[in-house]
Design a protein around this ligand. Structure first.
Ligand code: PBG
Length: 324
Protein backbone atom coordinates (compact mmCIF):
# COMPACT_ATOMS: atom_id res chain seq x y z
CA UNK A 1 0.00 0.00 0.00
CA UNK A 2 1.33 3.43 -0.92
CA UNK A 3 0.29 7.04 -0.51
CA UNK A 4 -2.46 8.17 -0.29
CA UNK A 5 -3.72 4.93 1.31
CA UNK A 6 -0.66 4.57 3.52
CA UNK A 7 0.34 7.68 5.47
CA UNK A 8 3.25 7.18 7.93
CA UNK A 9 2.40 10.48 9.61
CA UNK A 10 -0.76 8.92 11.10
CA UNK A 11 1.33 7.28 13.82
CA UNK A 12 3.30 10.43 14.56
CA UNK A 13 0.38 12.69 15.41
CA UNK A 14 0.55 12.61 19.20
CA UNK A 15 3.18 11.73 21.79
CA UNK A 16 1.00 8.83 22.98
CA UNK A 17 0.99 7.34 19.48
CA UNK A 18 4.69 7.99 18.94
CA UNK A 19 5.65 6.40 22.21
CA UNK A 20 3.44 3.35 21.53
CA UNK A 21 5.37 2.51 18.36
CA UNK A 22 8.81 3.63 19.60
CA UNK A 23 11.38 0.93 18.86
CA UNK A 24 14.34 1.88 21.03
CA UNK A 25 14.62 3.01 24.60
CA UNK A 26 17.33 4.86 26.44
CA UNK A 27 17.32 4.46 30.19
CA UNK A 28 19.82 5.00 32.98
CA UNK A 29 20.01 1.29 33.68
CA UNK A 30 22.11 0.91 30.51
CA UNK A 31 24.71 3.50 31.49
CA UNK A 32 28.18 3.36 33.00
CA UNK A 33 29.82 6.52 34.34
CA UNK A 34 33.62 6.99 34.11
CA UNK A 35 35.52 8.25 37.16
CA UNK A 36 39.11 9.55 37.17
CA UNK A 37 40.76 8.98 40.54
CA UNK A 38 43.90 10.87 41.55
CA UNK A 39 46.10 11.14 44.67
CA UNK A 40 45.49 13.63 47.46
CA UNK A 41 42.54 14.68 49.58
CA UNK A 42 39.70 17.01 48.73
CA UNK A 43 40.89 17.20 45.12
CA UNK A 44 38.26 18.07 42.53
CA UNK A 45 40.00 19.31 39.43
CA UNK A 46 37.97 19.92 36.29
CA UNK A 47 39.39 18.58 33.01
CA UNK A 48 39.60 21.64 30.79
CA UNK A 49 38.50 19.90 27.59
CA UNK A 50 35.69 18.02 29.37
CA UNK A 51 33.44 20.47 31.25
CA UNK A 52 31.67 18.73 34.15
CA UNK A 53 34.27 15.93 34.37
CA UNK A 54 36.77 15.99 37.24
CA UNK A 55 39.85 14.26 38.52
CA UNK A 56 38.83 13.24 42.01
CA UNK A 57 40.81 12.15 45.04
CA UNK A 58 39.49 8.98 46.70
CA UNK A 59 37.35 10.87 49.26
CA UNK A 60 35.77 12.97 46.49
CA UNK A 61 35.29 9.89 44.31
CA UNK A 62 33.29 8.37 47.16
CA UNK A 63 31.03 11.44 47.22
CA UNK A 64 30.63 11.29 43.47
CA UNK A 65 29.87 7.54 43.53
CA UNK A 66 27.14 8.09 46.12
CA UNK A 67 25.55 10.69 43.89
CA UNK A 68 25.84 8.44 40.84
CA UNK A 69 24.19 5.58 42.69
CA UNK A 70 21.40 7.81 44.01
CA UNK A 71 20.69 8.87 40.44
CA UNK A 72 20.05 5.23 39.50
CA UNK A 73 23.21 4.71 37.43
CA UNK A 74 24.18 1.08 38.03
CA UNK A 75 27.92 1.19 37.39
CA UNK A 76 31.11 3.24 37.25
CA UNK A 77 34.35 2.53 35.39
CA UNK A 78 37.49 3.65 37.18
CA UNK A 79 40.64 5.18 35.70
CA UNK A 80 43.64 5.89 37.89
CA UNK A 81 46.19 8.67 37.88
CA UNK A 82 49.04 7.25 39.97
CA UNK A 83 51.50 9.10 42.25
CA UNK A 84 54.42 7.93 40.18
CA UNK A 85 54.98 6.27 36.84
CA UNK A 86 57.75 3.91 35.76
CA UNK A 87 58.87 1.88 32.75
CA UNK A 88 56.73 -1.13 33.64
CA UNK A 89 53.67 0.57 35.13
CA UNK A 90 54.09 -1.07 38.53
CA UNK A 91 51.55 1.24 40.21
CA UNK A 92 48.87 -0.48 38.11
CA UNK A 93 49.06 -3.58 40.32
CA UNK A 94 50.45 -2.07 43.55
CA UNK A 95 48.56 -3.27 46.60
CA UNK A 96 48.03 0.32 47.73
CA UNK A 97 47.84 1.77 44.22
CA UNK A 98 45.36 4.52 43.46
CA UNK A 99 42.72 2.21 41.96
CA UNK A 100 43.12 -0.40 44.70
CA UNK A 101 42.57 2.27 47.37
CA UNK A 102 39.61 3.71 45.49
CA UNK A 103 38.02 0.27 45.14
CA UNK A 104 38.27 -0.42 48.86
CA UNK A 105 36.72 2.91 49.77
CA UNK A 106 33.98 2.74 47.13
CA UNK A 107 33.00 -0.85 47.92
CA UNK A 108 32.61 0.11 51.55
CA UNK A 109 30.67 3.31 50.92
CA UNK A 110 28.41 2.20 48.05
CA UNK A 111 28.36 -1.62 48.12
CA UNK A 112 25.66 -2.03 45.48
CA UNK A 113 27.27 0.15 42.84
CA UNK A 114 28.95 -2.04 40.18
CA UNK A 115 32.67 -1.21 40.19
CA UNK A 116 34.36 -1.79 36.85
CA UNK A 117 38.07 -1.14 36.37
CA UNK A 118 39.86 -0.20 33.19
CA UNK A 119 42.81 -2.58 32.90
CA UNK A 120 45.61 -0.90 30.95
CA UNK A 121 49.10 0.38 31.55
CA UNK A 122 49.18 3.71 29.69
CA UNK A 123 48.25 5.74 32.78
CA UNK A 124 51.01 4.02 34.77
CA UNK A 125 53.97 3.85 32.40
CA UNK A 126 56.48 6.69 32.14
CA UNK A 127 56.44 6.36 28.32
CA UNK A 128 52.62 6.37 28.11
CA UNK A 129 52.28 3.20 26.04
CA UNK A 130 49.74 0.54 26.97
CA UNK A 131 52.35 -2.16 27.58
CA UNK A 132 55.94 -3.07 28.40
CA UNK A 133 58.51 -1.80 25.93
CA UNK A 134 61.23 -3.77 24.22
CA UNK A 135 63.24 -1.09 22.48
CA UNK A 136 60.64 1.12 20.81
CA UNK A 137 58.07 -1.67 20.46
CA UNK A 138 55.38 -2.84 22.86
CA UNK A 139 56.18 -6.43 23.85
CA UNK A 140 52.87 -8.26 23.65
CA UNK A 141 53.55 -11.37 25.72
CA UNK A 142 55.50 -9.63 28.48
CA UNK A 143 52.60 -7.18 28.81
CA UNK A 144 50.06 -9.98 29.30
CA UNK A 145 51.65 -10.94 32.61
CA UNK A 146 51.40 -7.40 33.96
CA UNK A 147 47.81 -7.02 32.78
CA UNK A 148 46.83 -10.32 34.43
CA UNK A 149 48.48 -9.24 37.65
CA UNK A 150 46.69 -5.89 37.51
CA UNK A 151 43.29 -7.49 36.92
CA UNK A 152 43.75 -9.86 39.86
CA UNK A 153 44.82 -6.98 42.13
CA UNK A 154 41.66 -5.09 41.14
CA UNK A 155 39.48 -8.11 41.91
CA UNK A 156 41.18 -8.51 45.29
CA UNK A 157 40.54 -4.85 46.11
CA UNK A 158 36.82 -5.13 45.31
CA UNK A 159 36.28 -4.76 41.56
CA UNK A 160 33.06 -6.36 40.33
CA UNK A 161 34.20 -6.48 36.70
CA UNK A 162 37.44 -5.82 34.80
CA UNK A 163 37.71 -4.11 31.44
CA UNK A 164 40.98 -4.62 29.54
CA UNK A 165 41.54 -1.72 27.12
CA UNK A 166 45.15 -2.31 26.08
CA UNK A 167 44.52 -4.23 22.83
CA UNK A 168 47.29 -6.79 23.36
CA UNK A 169 46.69 -10.14 21.63
CA UNK A 170 45.57 -12.90 23.97
CA UNK A 171 44.92 -10.70 26.97
CA UNK A 172 41.37 -11.84 27.61
CA UNK A 173 42.44 -15.49 27.87
CA UNK A 174 45.41 -14.63 30.10
CA UNK A 175 43.30 -12.43 32.39
CA UNK A 176 40.54 -15.06 32.57
CA UNK A 177 43.08 -17.71 33.52
CA UNK A 178 44.67 -15.52 36.19
CA UNK A 179 41.31 -14.51 37.70
CA UNK A 180 40.16 -18.12 37.84
CA UNK A 181 43.39 -19.28 39.47
CA UNK A 182 43.08 -16.56 42.11
CA UNK A 183 39.51 -17.57 43.00
CA UNK A 184 37.70 -14.95 40.92
CA UNK A 185 35.89 -17.14 38.41
CA UNK A 186 32.74 -15.12 39.16
CA UNK A 187 34.23 -11.80 37.99
CA UNK A 188 33.19 -10.95 34.41
CA UNK A 189 35.44 -9.47 31.73
CA UNK A 190 34.15 -6.53 29.73
CA UNK A 191 36.57 -6.57 26.83
CA UNK A 192 37.41 -3.50 24.77
CA UNK A 193 37.26 -5.99 21.88
CA UNK A 194 37.07 -3.48 19.06
CA UNK A 195 39.07 -0.44 20.02
CA UNK A 196 40.11 1.83 17.19
CA UNK A 197 43.21 3.99 17.08
CA UNK A 198 41.14 7.14 17.33
CA UNK A 199 41.78 10.86 17.59
CA UNK A 200 38.58 11.07 19.63
CA UNK A 201 40.53 10.01 22.77
CA UNK A 202 42.35 13.36 22.94
CA UNK A 203 40.55 14.87 25.95
CA UNK A 204 40.82 11.59 27.90
CA UNK A 205 44.58 11.66 27.57
CA UNK A 206 44.57 15.08 29.21
CA UNK A 207 42.29 13.76 31.99
CA UNK A 208 44.36 10.62 32.60
CA UNK A 209 47.73 12.09 31.67
CA UNK A 210 48.27 9.08 29.41
CA UNK A 211 49.41 10.39 26.01
CA UNK A 212 52.30 8.34 24.59
CA UNK A 213 55.64 10.16 24.94
CA UNK A 214 56.76 8.98 21.51
CA UNK A 215 55.02 7.43 18.53
CA UNK A 216 51.37 6.44 18.62
CA UNK A 217 49.12 3.44 19.34
CA UNK A 218 48.79 2.21 15.74
CA UNK A 219 50.70 -1.01 16.38
CA UNK A 220 48.10 -2.22 18.87
CA UNK A 221 44.81 -0.32 18.40
CA UNK A 222 42.73 -0.96 15.29
CA UNK A 223 42.86 0.87 11.98
CA UNK A 224 39.67 3.00 11.62
CA UNK A 225 39.37 1.74 8.04
CA UNK A 226 38.65 -1.84 9.10
CA UNK A 227 35.25 -3.43 9.67
CA UNK A 228 35.90 -7.10 8.88
CA UNK A 229 38.80 -7.05 11.32
CA UNK A 230 36.31 -5.99 14.01
CA UNK A 231 34.55 -9.30 13.53
CA UNK A 232 37.81 -11.18 13.94
CA UNK A 233 38.75 -9.25 17.08
CA UNK A 234 35.33 -9.77 18.64
CA UNK A 235 35.31 -13.48 17.78
CA UNK A 236 38.74 -13.93 19.37
CA UNK A 237 37.73 -12.17 22.58
CA UNK A 238 34.55 -14.22 22.86
CA UNK A 239 36.56 -17.38 22.25
CA UNK A 240 38.98 -16.30 24.99
CA UNK A 241 36.19 -15.76 27.51
CA UNK A 242 34.94 -12.17 27.27
CA UNK A 243 31.52 -11.75 28.88
CA UNK A 244 30.71 -8.41 27.25
CA UNK A 245 32.32 -7.06 24.08
CA UNK A 246 32.82 -3.36 23.53
CA UNK A 247 33.16 -1.06 20.54
CA UNK A 248 35.03 2.21 21.01
CA UNK A 249 34.49 5.04 20.03
CA UNK A 250 30.72 4.86 19.54
CA UNK A 251 29.08 7.41 17.23
CA UNK A 252 31.65 7.27 14.39
CA UNK A 253 31.48 3.45 14.53
CA UNK A 254 27.74 2.73 14.63
CA UNK A 255 28.15 0.40 11.64
CA UNK A 256 30.53 -1.74 13.69
CA UNK A 257 28.12 -1.89 16.64
CA UNK A 258 25.38 -3.01 14.24
CA UNK A 259 27.59 -5.64 12.61
CA UNK A 260 28.59 -7.14 15.95
CA UNK A 261 24.96 -7.08 17.10
CA UNK A 262 23.97 -9.15 14.05
CA UNK A 263 26.88 -11.54 14.39
CA UNK A 264 27.09 -12.28 18.14
CA UNK A 265 24.75 -12.94 21.02
CA UNK A 266 26.93 -11.55 23.79
CA UNK A 267 25.96 -8.27 25.43
CA UNK A 268 27.49 -5.37 23.53
CA UNK A 269 28.83 -2.20 25.10
CA UNK A 270 29.78 1.02 23.36
CA UNK A 271 32.05 3.75 24.70
CA UNK A 272 30.95 7.29 23.89
CA UNK A 273 34.47 8.62 24.32
CA UNK A 274 35.92 11.87 25.59
CA UNK A 275 36.11 13.52 22.15
CA UNK A 276 32.48 12.75 21.41
CA UNK A 277 31.54 14.38 24.72
CA UNK A 278 33.85 17.36 24.19
CA UNK A 279 32.45 18.11 20.72
CA UNK A 280 28.88 18.29 22.01
CA UNK A 281 29.88 20.40 25.01
CA UNK A 282 31.89 22.80 22.88
CA UNK A 283 29.20 23.30 20.25
CA UNK A 284 26.60 23.80 22.98
CA UNK A 285 28.78 26.42 24.69
CA UNK A 286 28.97 28.34 21.45
CA UNK A 287 25.20 28.15 21.21
CA UNK A 288 25.43 26.10 18.01
CA UNK A 289 23.64 22.98 19.25
CA UNK A 290 20.96 22.14 21.78
CA UNK A 291 23.10 20.14 24.21
CA UNK A 292 20.36 18.12 25.86
CA UNK A 293 18.72 17.06 22.63
CA UNK A 294 22.00 16.18 20.92
CA UNK A 295 23.11 14.20 23.99
CA UNK A 296 19.90 12.15 24.07
CA UNK A 297 19.84 11.67 20.30
CA UNK A 298 23.46 10.45 20.20
CA UNK A 299 22.91 7.97 23.00
CA UNK A 300 19.63 6.74 21.54
CA UNK A 301 21.38 6.21 18.21
CA UNK A 302 24.08 4.13 19.88
CA UNK A 303 21.34 2.01 21.44
CA UNK A 304 19.48 1.76 18.11
CA UNK A 305 22.66 0.54 16.41
CA UNK A 306 22.63 -2.37 18.84
CA UNK A 307 24.50 -1.48 22.03
CA UNK A 308 23.05 -2.86 25.26
CA UNK A 309 25.31 -0.79 27.48
CA UNK A 310 26.89 2.64 27.03
CA UNK A 311 29.84 4.14 28.86
CA UNK A 312 29.24 7.89 28.79
CA UNK A 313 30.42 11.06 30.52
CA UNK A 314 26.81 12.26 30.13
CA UNK A 315 25.43 9.53 32.44
CA UNK A 316 24.60 11.89 35.30
CA UNK A 317 22.97 14.41 33.00
CA UNK A 318 20.90 11.69 31.35
CA UNK A 319 19.81 10.39 34.74
CA UNK A 320 18.75 13.88 35.81
CA UNK A 321 16.80 14.28 32.59
CA UNK A 322 15.17 10.84 32.40
CA UNK A 323 14.89 9.89 36.08
CA UNK A 324 15.47 6.41 37.49
C1 PBG B 1 43.30 3.39 28.13
C2 PBG B 1 42.04 4.03 27.68
C3 PBG B 1 41.84 5.12 26.82
C4 PBG B 1 40.47 5.38 26.82
C5 PBG B 1 39.87 4.43 27.65
N1 PBG B 1 40.85 3.60 28.15
C6 PBG B 1 42.79 5.97 26.08
C7 PBG B 1 43.59 5.45 24.97
O1 PBG B 1 43.48 4.30 24.54
O2 PBG B 1 44.44 6.23 24.52
C8 PBG B 1 39.77 6.49 26.08
C9 PBG B 1 38.48 6.93 26.66
C10 PBG B 1 37.98 8.26 26.18
O3 PBG B 1 38.52 8.88 25.25
O4 PBG B 1 36.98 8.71 26.75
N2 PBG B 1 44.03 2.73 27.16
Amino acid sequence: MFFPEYRPRRLRRTEALRSMVRETELSVRHLIYPLFVCPGKGVRQEVSSMPGVYRLSVDEAVREAREVFELGIPAVILFGIPEKKDEVGSEAYAKKGIIQRALEALKKAVPDLILITDVCLCEYTSHGHCGILKGKEVDNDATLEVLARTAVSHAKAGADMVAPSDMMDGRVARIREALDEAGFSHIPILSYAVKYCSAFYGPFREAADSAPKFGDRRSYQMDPANAREALREAALDIEEGADIIMVKPALPYLDIIRTLREEFNHPIAAYQVSGEYAMIKAAARLGWLDEERVMLESLLSIRRAGADIIITYFAKEVARRLGK
